[in-house]
Write a protein that binds this ligand. Sequence first.
Ligand code: BF8
Ligand code: SF4
Length: 631
Amino acid sequence: MSEKEKYEEMTITKDGKMMLEKARTDGVETVWDRYRSQLPQCGYCELGLSCRNCVMGPCRIDPFGEGPQKGVCGADADIIVARNLGRMIAAGAASHSDHGRDLVEVLRNVAEGKAPGYEIRDEEKLRRVASEYGINPERKSSLEVAKELAYAMEEDYGTRKKALTLVSRAPEKRRQLWNKLGITPRGIDRETSEMMHRTHMGVDNNWANLLLHALRNALSDGWGGSMIATEVSDILFGTPKPVQSTVNLGVLKEDEVNIIVHGHNPVVSEMIYQAVNDEDLVKLAVEKGARGINLVGLCCTGNELLMRRGIPMAGNHLMTELVIVTGAVEMMLVDYQCIMPSLGHIAACYHTKMISTSDKAKYPEMVHREFHPDNARELAKELVREAVENFMNRNPDKVYIPVDPINLMSGFSVEAIVEALGGSLDPLIDVVKEGKIRGIAGIVGCNNPKIKHDHGHVTLTKALIENDILVVDTGCAAIANGKAGLKVLEATNKAGSGLKEVCEVLKIPPVLHVGSCVDNVRILVAVAALANELGVDMSDLPVAGAAPEWYSEKAVSIGAYMVGSGIYTVLGPAPPVLGSAKVVDLLTGGLEDLVGATFAVEPDPEKAADLIIRHVEKKRKSLGLPFREVS
Ligand code: BF8
Ligand code: SF4
């Protein structure tokens, strides 16, 4: 196979293929090279059958029944698989929730006057969320309300509560179900801590009991840590409204200082956004021979800024190395999560300065400049100045920006969607009832070098909109769909006639960007509101989720809180559970009786679309709505 043919297998994106070629010429190793060098990957681990939870091990179970069927402690395949999955969910829930906690700390610092540069941008939302926390916002200043809210949210992380505050947003039936099953999420930290405890050697050795707690742990992410992250981000940085922008490597500018923000938490990137608009720094850029400063995003921190400020987006997870290979990046600032430790090494081949910013996330070959609420504004300016000064170190012979950018529309918070609908969800409910929109699918999650880059997201999304299913997307999936041109008004031409008609009236694309990965909770909030409006449970609605190219532990937590909330979810890559038939049966079948939804695994995105279409029509039928027979 020629190199070019290999690139065709690796990604559907033009900029990706062109930069893979440049990476080869420049002698840069990428995630795909390292993936190949790992093959064959460990079969025990792939099946979830290896355990290293203690030092009597590591142990493994023979999937063919010939070798050992028990670990040294006596744990069998079911226990080991369930424990491993539980730990993945704990890690994912902890990541989202700790991100949320960092935002709450900024909110508290703002309230206490210790965070210059940050402010309350959405007072209305501050007061609305405060009321949900039982705080009476009347006759109080915003800062007083912010302080009380920050304290109340910090309480949600603790252990004394019987239920998380924002669980109240879920329909009554769903809450009763959680209570009956004993999985109502309590303190956010408590559920993760308990998951780690239960999976210690000699604690919970009932695989089903472990999985139930794993659901509870995931729910503490969805209705807790992630939901807090989204709400506080909106309060501090503004609730997104529809905004136009551009996407792919073509957003980099040959004649400007290019600065990239990568990671997840908008706390740092929002300050960088302010600094790149500082007049003195823009003037300095011009003095240094550039036409200006160009701030662009990657991954979810990029999504946060795209949703609220319309900054352009350079790419998703598998593009994070290739963007440096353009040779046109003066500085990349990272916070945390999904930042490959390879980035610093790649940057060393170019002039790109790499800056880590969080005390909890340091990386090889990066300079560490720690951000705190009190120094963020000044440090952001200092770093942007350094980036500007680095422009003169750029080697024009190494610069290659391969494509023109694609337009996209972003900024669809639930509030913005309700506004586009004229102030209530009723018009959406009407078109779903009529069947113009058959259902709604959330397409979320990552890229993974095991799957052709962006192929899963784009193929699935196209198939769904063709079948009149409205798509809402987040994270790396959203960036993939943006690059594929599915987030512009003209994309309605790719939708079925019903969805096309609705989108044209509302002047929205058929694929709505609802945010970053923590913003998957916007999907929970919207589905809960629809269910409340109709007086049904979330699992009754013609709604589904999919993660066609997921890789991360966070994605497992997202999938689990979606299913735990009654939303059928189709995964592309199989999670490491295939070593236990019992666990597989529960996840893909038995959960239906418990929480009214299951997981499915389908790596082929066309077939995944069929599963979702069938599910949507089944739900329509049971709601008594017009439905189509699907073979
Ligand atoms: O939180 S989609 S690769 S960037 S984990 Fe990561 Fe996956 Fe992208 Fe955002 Ni989400
Ligand atoms: Fe082996 Fe049990 Fe220890 Fe796991 S917990 S490593 S199965 S002895």
